[in-house]
Ligand binder design. Structure first.
Ligand code: BTN
Length: 247
């Protein structure tokens, strides 16, 4: 029995663990199961992904056995227009789980988690007709990232190795509390998200419809939007890609 099979019985009610040695992408595998009518709460974790995906078609590499690559199937009660909020609440769950091991994890709107200015986790939220799949990759025990990736891992930050299963259990426990907060209780989650926002007070550039723009981040709005000031005008961004800190 591996570490993941050990924690299967300790996940919160309504969450079930499915472990695979190797898959293409956990998001793609879980989508197939969702389309066959699988109930929500399934967490698919793989030791290895051979076609892991990031946002905008990027490749997500995670060496076999070192890091966490998993996806969670949800069927939120909240209206579908609010499901995009899952990116930020997932970022919060990841940040809090990591804060068991490191002092402060920041949320880089809309879907990265950073520690010490470097990316430690990425989130890929993909909706289907009546379900949503939350894919999460967290660097746990990999070390020696190429400089250009500006990435880090728990081991690189602390000098010790971690049980991937223990981090997964922490995270799913937090997710079970936060998924329902995308509706009425979103303001509570936002308070903790704002405290960890990596972008507030920074000059950033970002892509919208493949156009690069720039502005000063003033905070996160009541619907989770990034509030950006450009030429004295405040704009609420619901979505943007490749957000870069310039200062
Ligand atoms: C990003 O930073 O662009 C998002 C990365 C998301 C990676 C995770 S790993 C588990 C899940 N399966 C995938 O193919 N991608 C997500």
């Amino acid at each position: 029995m591996n570490d993941f099979q050990h924690i299967a019985a300790q996940l919160p009610d309504s969450f079930r663990l499915l472990w695979r040695e190797s898959v293409g992408s956990t998001n793609d595998e879980l989508r197939k199961l969702a389309e066959q009518g699988m109930a929500e709460g399934l967490v698919l974790v793989a030791d290895e992904q051979i076609a892991g995906r990031g946002r905008r078609g990027a490749v997500w590499v995670s060496p076999k056995g070192e890091n966490l690559a998993f996806s969670i199937l949800l069927k939120p009660m909240a209206p579908k227009v609010l499901w995009h909020r899952l990116s930020l609440v997932t970022g919060l769950a990841v940040a809090e789980a990591l804060e068991n091991y490191v002092p402060l994890a920041e949320i880089k709107w809309p879907n990265d988690v950073r520690v010490g200015g470097k990316k430690i986790a990425g989130i890929l939220v993909e909706a289907g007709k009546d379900f949503v799949i939350i894919g999460i990759g967290i660097n746990i025990n990999t070390t020696n990232f190429p400089d250009e990736l500006a990435a880090t891992s728990l081991q690189e930050l602390t000098g010790r190795m971690y049980s991937r299963a223990e981090v997964l259990q922490e995270l799913v426990t937090r997710m079970s509390r936060y998924v329902d907060q995308i509706n009425q209780e979103y303001a509570d989650a936002l308070k903790s998200i704002r405290e960890r926002c990596a972008l507030t007070g920074h000059l950033v550039s970002y892509l919208i419809a493949d156009q690069r723009r720039e502005g000063m981040v003033r905070g996160i709005g009541s619907g989770g939007e990034l509030m950006v000031e450009t030429d004295g005008k405040l704009e609420a961004l619901v979505q943007a890609d490749e957000v870069r800190i310039l200062d």
